[in-house]
Design a protein around this ligand. Structure first.
Ligand code: ADP
Ligand code: MG
Length: 360
């Protein structure tokens, strides 16, 4: 860490929604060149604090200072003018446009800047940040990790001083997470203050310098990461002492090796997946792992019949069955949540009710 310079202060921030006090006098301080993890259970108030900082919500009380000066942030544009940029969990760029178009969309400083110049500038930024993408590539053809990095490149190029990453790693694999962390560390060394929200505790310890913990809309405390053991972080997040924690969980471990095999596939293959064997017992949780492109998603899509199944055999509770379409899988009690739920899991324009009955 460099010499400590306070970049951003949020003081005594209050925010209520009808019936809920989402934030109650919360303080948060971000310094130049630090990666600061914002931690707390679901509903603790992390997103609300961030949305106040980015002008999505207005706070009811308290103040925000940037480099010591009180500022008023009423819109995302105000936040951007203060050099505060956000990369949301769900990528909010346009997959059908090129990388360069995505980096400059919505801020054409001059319509006279030629396409080629823009591409050249985009390539410079990508190269500078070590992002493995070309400016002319269609964004949708890049991996989610690279898309996320393009979103960061876009944020960084907007002269960002504060970069907010809300759950940036949820859909990345280990290698991609490492690339993202290298980029974060590089930006830190350039003096950017980074607010990092995640559910992955190991990642907090791998990359953050400081941790702020919220619980039920209140500040629990701010700690140097190196001074806060992981078990203490957990106990601060959930508000329980360590002894209570160790008593939890013990009763939950169950043996499943004698349970009945529910599903069994032999040489299952689809238009997208190579032949594979797989089985799962009742009461089991089974993880599929591998690098990007190794066939994890394709394998589970074959199990669900979401891609064209063209070989292999499947048994459910020992009985041979045919699962070639999603409806077959559903009739046998198999459900599937897609990797990109916004694109493949729901139809956002329809109501909750319509979405729920749609699958029937
Ligand atoms: N737009 C909203 N309307 C009503 N209640 C909200 C809204 N946004 C958040 N809340 C409530 O505020 C509290 C804090 O939520 P949130 O900031 O999303 O927590 P976190 O991001 O830590 O999971 C929760 O009780 C949540 O239900
Ligand atoms: Mg949240």
């Amino acid at each position: 860490m460099q010499e400590e310079v306070t970049l951003l202060q949020m003081r005594h921030i209050d925010k209520s929604f009808p019936g809920v006090r989402a934030l109650n006098g919360v303080d948060f301080t971000l310094r130049k060149g630090e990666i600061h993890a914002l931690m707390g259970e679901n509903g603790a108030g992390k997103s609300t604090l961030i949305k106040i900082l980015t002008g999505v919500y207005q706070h009811d009380g308290g103040e925000i200072l940037v480099e010591g000066q009180p500022v008023i942030i009423r819109s995302p544009q105000d936040a951007q003018n203060q050099g505060i940029s956000t990369v949301y969990q769900e990528i909010t760029l346009c997959p059908n446009l090129t990388v360069a178009e995505n980096m400059f969309i919505g801020r054409e400083e001059s319509p006279l800047i030629r396409h080629k110049d823009r591409e050249k500038k985009a390539d410079e930024i990508l190269g500078h940040l070590g992002i493995p993408a070309r400016s002319t590539q269609q964004l949708g053809s890049c991996s989610l990790a690279v898309q996320q990095m393009v979103a960061i490149a876009r944020a960084v190029d907007m002269k960002c001083r504060v970069l907010i990453l809300d759950e940036p790693t949820s859909s990345l694999d280990d290698k991609e997470v490492k690339m993202l962390f290298d980029l974060m560390k590089d930006l830190r060394s350039k003096g950017v203050g980074i607010i990092f929200v995640t559910h992955f505790l190991e990642q907090v310890y791998e990359v953050s310098d400081r941790i702020t913990v919220l619980r039920n809309g209140e500040l629990v405390g701010e700690y140097l990461t190196k001074d806060l053991p992981q078990v203490e972080l957990v106990s601060k997040m959930i508000g329980k002492e360590l002894e209570e924690l160790s008593a939890l969980g013990e009763s939950e471990e169950k043996e499943t090796k004698d349970a009945e095999v529910f599903y069994e596939a032999h040489d299952l293959q689809s238009s997208e997946a190579q032949p594979f064997d797989f089985s799962i017992r009742k009461g089991e949780v089974n993880g599929f792992t591998g690098l990007l492109g190794s066939g994890r998603s394709e394998s589970v899509r074959a199990i669900f019949g979401a891609d064209k199944v063209n070989g292999g055999s499947v048994k459910i509770c020992g009985k041979p069955v045919k699962i070639t379409k999603p409806i077959d899988a559903m009739k046998h009690g198999i459900g599937y949540l897609a990797e990109d739920r916004k694109r493949d899991g729901i139809i956002a324009e329809l109501s909750v009710r319509e979405n729920i009955i749609l699958a029937l």
